[in-house]
Design a protein around this ligand. Sequence first.
Ligand SMILES: [Zn+2]
Length: 130
Amino acid sequence: MQGTRRRDTPGELELRAALSTLGLRYRVDANLPGMRRRADVAFTGAKVAVFIDGCFWHACPEHGTWPKANADWWRAKIEANVARDRDTDSTLRAAGWIVLRFWAHQDLAKAAKRIARVISNAKARMRLER
Ligand SMILES: [Zn+2]
């Protein structure tokens, strides 16, 4: 199920702009190996998948809220999202990917710099393994 993952949220756009500013080339909404899920931003060469998690849909500890109307339905929905996130992470890591998650509320320009460092380390490691 595609669930609540939507393309082109404000956080994704902000992160992608910051990545472009750093000269990084990425794929958007990329299919991931062995699963019917997508990364918000993926670097397939370096095997780095990036997700921007919305505070509400992914239960941010700082800003997540639990609606009172239809409380059971919302709790099940949000908890299923979180469980799917963890499952996505473990499946990707098992396939040799690096998974980076950021909250939509985070400073995404800083996130882009961290992503750049992770990619450059991943590429260096790949060169050594070759
Ligand atoms: Zn938040």
